[in-house]
Design a protein around this ligand. Structure first.
Ligand SMILES: NC(=O)c1ccc[n+]([C@@H]2O[C@H](COP(=O)([O-])OP(=O)(O)OC[C@H]3O[C@@H](n4cnc5c(N)ncnc54)[C@H](O)[C@@H]3O)[C@@H](O)[C@H]2O)c1
Length: 430
């Protein structure tokens, strides 16, 4: 997220210094060797480095020269609790270097109260006072991977300030740099909850879509047809908007942010029932998908231990090579436990990372993956795969082969075409 914000700001002509504690990351970036699986980001980031508008370093000292300091360190959750070591470390370093007149913008996702109770005191540890000497605002990052650049420029920016002056300074910064529309929140806490509420809603909505898909499967109706029709009814300020079912919910946000909300409530003696339920439903999808693949293989007369499954796309969703909490991992693990031979292919994911995560080296080309496959499982449908016409590979795969659609959402016409050319097809809820 930090590299996206840095690259976009540099692209708008702002002088940016990107600071990261990971020296290898900084070196890889300086050498233009860092693999960024975000469409358009390498060009923008390396363009920024080439132009001199962007520098990357492990050194915190340039902080003293900055007008605005943006915090974008990771804020993982372990056992429902925020792991705040990275945030604390960054704020401690900043506290030593802040000077009067600066504005600090927290962008990392945090539970309500963290900006005020954790970030502000650490920033003040060098002797300055927030609200008097320097400003503090929370502006949650709401972009999603795969379309980060577009969304960063297009989405309104939520601003919650320590004080009205901090909020005004942050709003002015985003308006001046990326021309963003600003959504004012009256407090840091309000802006913190905005971010979490959005991801709570998304996770919850997907859980409903996944349950709906399971229902449609047993009713033998197409869940996408149902969703498309259901979504035509106006409700509230928009339409009913059921999101899409899939092989599962992964990534570093939706798998943790709802737990931040749940934990914040629990710490205040409030029990939120919807969050664990939604998480459980979404976490059930990889096993559901693996079972579906085994079922389809059985229909083709193949036992899993004699089957070869080609997995196209191992990222946690379409158009990203990010493997964090990817639901593809438990699908693959389940299939391998059942004895299947699994071959992985993903043009966006770093091959070394894939091997480390899956314990299985990916193959470089789709042809290698598809050779002799009894099942083609499209578990993340990247735009690159549009060039792979599975029909053209009909002679490459096994004579009986099923396409399992975990996130490709093939049209009826495409599915009919697959079937006309001798493929079986099965989707999540279709
Ligand atoms: N990835 C997304 O799509 C996304 C979207 C919205 C919000 N967010 C939020 O943004 C934050 C960052 O997410 P991310 O996916 O970029 O995480 P990340 O783990 O990919 O990146 C965090 C970076 O911070 C660096 N870091 C750790 N401690 C540091 C320190 N003390 N000083 C300087 N650098 C330090 C790490 O080395 C790492 O490179 C999180 O709070 C996340 O919830 C992420």
């Amino acid at each position: 997220m930090g590299s996206t914000v840095a690259a976009v700001l540099a692209g708008e002509g702002v002088d940016v210094v990107g600071i990261d504690v990971d020296p290898e990351l900084v070196t890889r970036m300086e050498r233009r060797r860092h693999r960024l699986a975000e469409p358009g980001l390498p060009e923008l980031l390396y363009g920024g480095l080439d132009s001199g508008r962007l520098r990357v370093t492990t050194d915190y000292d340039p902080v003293s020269d900055a007008d605005v300091v943006i915090i974008a360190v990771g804020t993982p959750v372990k056992d429902t609790e925020l792991v705040d070591v990275y945030l604390r470390a960054a704020c401690t370093e900043l506290g030593k270097r802040l000077r009067a007149g600066q504005l600090v913008i927290l962008k990392s996702t945090v539970p309500p109260g963290v900006a005020r109770k954790v970030v502000a005191p650490l920033l003040e540890s060098g002797g300055l006072t927030v609200g008097e000497d320097f400003g503090l605002a929370f502006c949650p990052e709401r972009l999603s991977e795969g379309q980060a650049l577009r969304e960063l420029r297009a989405f309104p920016i939520v601003v919650g300030g320590w004080c009205p002056d901090s909020a005004a300074a942050a709003s002015a910064f985003w308006r001046r740099t990326i021309g963003a529309e600003i959504i004012d929140c009256t407090s840091l806490e309000s802006a913190e909850v905005v971010k979490l509420a959005s991801n709570w809603w998304i996770d919850h909505n997907i859980a409903m879509a996944n349950d709906l898909a399971k229902l449609c499967d047993v009713l033998d109706v197409d869940v996408l047809e149902v969703i498309a029709a259901a979504n035509t009814i106006p409700k509230g300020t928009g339409n009913v908007n059921i999101l899409l079912p899939s092989v599962g919910v992964g990534g570093s946000c939706l798998t943790k942010d709802p737990w931040m909300v749940w934990r914040a409530a629990r710490d205040r003696d409030l029990e939120l029932d919807t969050i664990p339920v939604a998480r459980e439903v979404n976490d059930s999808m990889p096993a559901y998908t693996a079972a579906l693949i085994v079922e389809e293989l059985a229909r083709l007369g193949r036992r899993p231990e004699r089957a070869r499954v080609a997995v196209l796309g191992v990222g946690f969703k379409n158009n990203t090579g990010d493997l964090r909490a990817t639901p593809v991992l438990p699908v693959v693990a389940g299939l391998r436990r059942d004895g299947a031979e699994v071959v992985l292919h993903d043009p966006l994911a770093d091959p070394g990372e894939v091997e480390k995560t899956f314990g299985l080296a990916p193959v470089e080309t789709a042809r290698e993956a598809l050779a002799g496959a009894d099942c083609v499982a499209v578990l993340a449908r990247h735009d690159e795969f549009a060039e792979i016409d599975l029909v053209a590979f009909r002679e490459v795969v096994a004579p009986s082969c099923v396409i399992v659609d975990g996130r490709a959402y093939y049209s009826r016409e495409t599915i009919d075409r697959f079937r006309r050319h001798g493929y079986a097809y099965r989707g999540i809820g279709r």
